[in-house]
Design a protein around this ligand. Structure first.
Ligand SMILES: [Zn+2]
Length: 469
């Protein structure tokens, strides 16, 4: 039987030997741990290398066409001693590009040179990529953005279409790229905003958008607002531009940016919920005759009547005058409207009032006519202002340009996607207004914006840029 508490050993040399032995064993264990850890790290690195190679093979299958590019050092002679430079091996980087509907791999060799006299080595400048260390070239990025935001193609469909060309690009990867491009392009959209908001007159409209709510099943509501600066109808040669902004929630409310039209005329669609803007700021409201015409036309289609037909004919005459003076200077437009449109408007108003005494009060036409009389000052205001437009077609067209189709609502994957869509719509819509092809524009801008001085960002706006073919 062992004693419960053995007396401490007094053999000091034996104890010292035991401590030494244990220290040695512990050191051995430490060494094993270190070596195992090194081994593990090496294996992890190998797995990452293999994974990257696999990803790359999926993205850049060996049968994709390749294009070699070479970046050489700028120096012609040694910067230190002026000696002759001789080439050295360089490093090669690869980028996946999508040009003219075909994938290709761009192989960029960044060469080095060494001095024959001293040991100085010069290197080619680092190629700048739209996305830092990104594998996607500007052509591929602009295809993704154009497909998603200009052609309303869901990214999973784009992913399928790319897969048929042998390139495996997931929806998540492309969404990530769109986000990074959004960050890169934000200063451009801000510059467009500044340009649009500095106008004396702008056109505003809005549209509702469905916004996905993951895990909730039912989409929620968001709203897209459009602000257009376009005075070409009044003979102005300044470039037109459009700025979009997104706000979460269903409410019309007032436009999110209150500086809008603080000094100018702001035509809006009646009933779009802009009234707070008109009440609180010195904006002069110009109502939309197109809205009135559309409503009467709706009634006439449902229940054709001579009264509705005559109303349409009378509004048609006003539009004929507009067509005749389109593009004339504002002063001339004002004179023509005073001379020709004003008498027609005065007649139209009294004709409508006369009809109202005859029509049954509950008739659709009567309701519409009462509405028109209530809005008459805003509807006829354009006649006294050569800058104003008869309707808000300019803003409605800008909205239509970015909408998926007459029967499809705008759809956003999240509020963030809504903000990004507004940004992309700003650039795509401003391209359309200036006759610039958006995909080529985005390709050029994404290739150059990272190197472009931010204080000269306006040089990259669609109307300033000569996009190379
Ligand atoms: Zn040298």
């Amino acid at each position: 039987m062992k004693p419960k508490n053995p007396a401490p050993s007094t053999d000091v040399p034996a104890l010292q030997a035991r401590v030494l032995q244990q220290q040695q064993r512990s050191a051995q264990h430490q060494a094993t741990i270190v070596s195992l850890r090194d081994d593990l790290n090496a294996r992890k690195a190998e797995i990452n290398r293999l994974r990257a190679r696999l990803d790359k093979l999926r993205l850049m299958p060996p049968d994709l066409p390749r294009e070699e590019r070479c970046l050489a050092p700028r120096e012609a002679t040694c910067p230190a001693c002026g000696g002759e430079l001789k080439p050295l091996d360089g490093e090669v980087s690869e980028q996946l590009e999508f040009l003219e509907n075909v994938f290709k791999v761009i192989e960029t060799r960044r060469t080095r040179k060494t001095c024959v006299r001293c040991d100085v080595i010069v290197r080619a400048p680092v190629p700048r990529h739209a996305i830092e260390r990104g594998i996607a070239g500007p052509g591929l990025l602009s295809r993704v953005i154009t497909a998603k935001y200009a052609e309303h193609m869901p990214l999973h469909s784009l992913s399928d279409s790319f897969a048929r060309q042998g390139v495996a690009l997931s929806r998540g990867t492309m969404t990530g790229w769109a986000g990074l491009c959004g960050n890169l392009l934000a200063p451009l959209a801000d510059a467009v905003c500044g340009y649009v908001m500095s106008a004396d007159k702008m056109h505003i409209a809005d549209a509702s958008a469905e916004v996905a709510q993951p895990g909730c099943g039912k989409p929620k509501n968001g709203r897209l607002w459009v602000y257009v600066r376009d005075d070409r109808n009044a003979g102005v040669t300044l470039p037109p531009a459009v700025w979009f902004t997104y706000s979460p929630g269903r409410k019309g409310g007032y436009p999110p940016t209150r500086q809008a039209g603080s000094s100018g005329r702001t035509p809006t669609d009646a009933g779009a919920g802009f009234d707070p803007l008109h009440e609180e700021s010195p904006v002069r409201e110009v109502d939309s005759m197109a809205f009135a015409r559309r409503k009467i036309l709706d009634i006439h289609r449902r229940h054709p009547s001579p009264v509705a037909a005559e109303a349409l004919a009378r509004i048609g005459e006003l539009y004929a005058i507009e067509a005749a003076i389109r593009g004339r200077p504002a002063k001339e437009r004002q004179q023509m409207r005073e001379a020709r449109s004003r008498p027609l408007l005065v007649n139209l108003e009294s004709w409508i009032r006369e009809q109202l005494t005859r029509l049954p009060r509950q008739a659709d036409t009567a309701k519409m006519f009462s509405y028109l009389i209530n809005r008459w000052p805003a509807l006829s205001r354009y006649a006294g202002d050569g800058w104003a437009e008869i309707d808000n077609t300019i803003a409605e067209n800008a909205l239509r340009e970015v909408s998926p189709g007459p029967n499809n609502d705008l759809f956003m994957e999240s509020d963030r996607d809504g903000e990004r869509a507004a940004l992309m719509f700003t650039l795509i819509g401003s391209c359309h207004l200036n006759g610039v092809e958006p995909e080529a524009y985005l390709r050029h801008v994404l290739a150059t914006v990272a190197d472009h001085p931010v204080n000269k960002i306006v040089e990259l706006l669609p109307w300033h840029l000569r996009v190379p073919a």
